[in-house]
Structures are given as structure tokens and as C-alpha cells.
Design a protein. Structure first.
Length: 218
């Protein structure tokens, strides 16, 4: 068991080009998506949405602003653009938060009032998230990366390769989301992208610092 996990961690690498002839099965891709769905988030508010971009024309448009996926956008079996919910929906007093508590968490009204007040204190005082919309967006975006890690690990566990992607011009990608993906960018913005498929080339040797250089014990 322990060996299997480390083996999976070593198998995962940032795969730069995929074998175009190999497609991930629906069952396997749903397995990867399920690992995103089951990912933890602060207060359980799931500040994400996942766009699976399979249309070659849309991928081509993304490629124009995505320097970090020149080899993966055209060759990936599956390509995800992960969206993060904006301040408008992640604020303690938004309809989205109210609906999450009522419809998903099944919290009765009285409990919701208390929880909302607690969440307000957390956002306003503990983490000072209400200082600007960008602060709240960045906090929400951090959580979407937990889903990223889980998706890449789930994929590697079943021998599927991946590449996380932050190499893009966010402003232009957001504009494209509005014009070509019908996304309301006042509610969602791009967080990151991630490509999945099967490697074309052997992976490079892992380069990492030594454990003692990155861990301090007190
Ligand atoms: C948040 C994030 C963004 C990244 N963006 C890109 C990218 O745009 N393009 C790319 O080819 N690799 C990207 N990478 C991959 C890293 O360069 C890679 O994970 C790192 O060099 C370690 O190598 P390894 O993942 O193969 O072990 C990104 C990784 C992370 C975690």
C-alpha cells in the first residue's frame, strides 16, 4: 500500500506531449472527475467548476493565449479548464453560499443563520478576505488546486498522465471564456488548466530538493 502511493507519485510528472492515438475511456475519465468532486474545500463550499474542452476549435483558440500548453492542448485526450467562483458568489452573504448550506449541506434555517455569521467573521476578520475581490478570488482559487492535485493523483493511480497548466494570459483567457464558452465572468474566472492523456515520450528523471532542505522540526 505505502509503496503503491509513492510509485504513483513518481509516475506522475508534467507530461509535455501525449500520444494522440490513445484516448482515456469514459469510465476512467469519470474516475478522475470524481476525485475532483470529492475534494475538500473550506467550509465545504466547493468554489469550482470544471470545463472539459474536447472541441478542437476551442482548444485552438485557447492555444493562442496558453504558452504553457503548446504541446498538450493539441494532443491531450481530455483537457480541463478549471474555473474558480468569484467574490460575488463566495462572499458570506451571497445566494450561492445560502443555497449550498440549504440544498447541499441540508442545514436547517437557524443553523444557516449561525453558520453564515461564523463564515462572515472568518472572511472579514480571521483571513481579511473582504479587503478586495481579488483577495477573496485568490483564496477561493487556492482551494481549486486541491482538486487539481487529486485529479492528477487519481489519474496517475490508473497510469494516466497529466500536466498542470498555469502558463496562460489570464485576462485573455477570461475574455475567451465569456465570448466562446458562454461563461459569466462576473461569477467565474479561470484558475488553471490541466491536460490528461498517455505519454508519448519517457518521463525525465525527477529533480527535487532533499527532504532535510525543505523540512524543519521544532
Ligand atoms: C501550478 C502549476 C502550474 C504549472 N504550469 C505549467 C505549464 O503551464 N506548462 C507546463 O508544461 N508545466 C507546468 N507545470 C509543471 C511544472 O513545471 C512541474 O510540475 C515541475 O517542474 C515539476 O516537475 P514534475 O511535475 O514533472 O515532477 C506547472 C505545475 C504547477 C504545479
Amino acid at each position: 500500500m505505502k509503496d503503491q502511493f509513492i510509485e504513483m507519485m513518481n509516475f506522475r510528472h508534467a507530461c509535455k506531449v501525449f500520444d494522440e492515438n490513445r484516448k482515456i475511456s469514459d469510465d476512467d475519465f469519470n474516475y478522475i472527475l470524481e476525485s475532483a468532486r470529492l475534494s475538500p474545500s473550506s467550509f465545504g463550499f466547493e468554489p469550482w467548476h470544471f470545463l472539459v474542452v474536447q472541441d478542437p476549435a476551442l482548444r485552438e483558440k485557447l492555444k493562442e493565449f496558453t504558452w504553457g500548453a503548446q504541446g498538450t492542448l493539441p494532443t491531450a485526450s481530455h483537457f480541463i479548464v478549471t474555473l474558480v467562483r468569484t467574490a460575488k458568489t463566495m462572499r458570506f452573504d451571497s445566494d450561492y453560499i445560502e443555497n449550498m448550506m440549504a440544498d447541499v449541506h441540508h442545514i436547517p434555517e437557524e443553523g444557516r443563520i449561525q453558520r453564515k455569521e461564523f463564515y462572515r467573521g472568518f472572511q472579514e476578520n480571521d483571513f481579511k478576505l473582504l479587503d478586495s475581490d481579488k483577495t477573496l478570488l485568490d483564496w477561493a482559487a487556492k482551494q481549486t488546486y486541491i482538486a487539481l492535485a487529486n485529479m492528477m493523483s487519481a489519474a496517475a493511480f490508473i497510469k494516466i498522465d497529466s500536466c498542470p497548466i498555469e502558463g496562460f494570459k489570464a485576462e485573455q483567457v477570461n475574455q475567451l471564456l465569456a465570448t466562446d464558452f458562454n461563461i459569466d465572468t462576473s461569477l467565474y474566472q479561470v484558475a488553471y488548466m490541466v491536460a490528461f492523456g498517455y505519454r508519448k515520450d519517457p518521463q525525465n528523471e525527477k529533480t527535487r530538493q532533499k527532504l532535510e532542505d525543505i523540512v524543519s522540526w521544532y
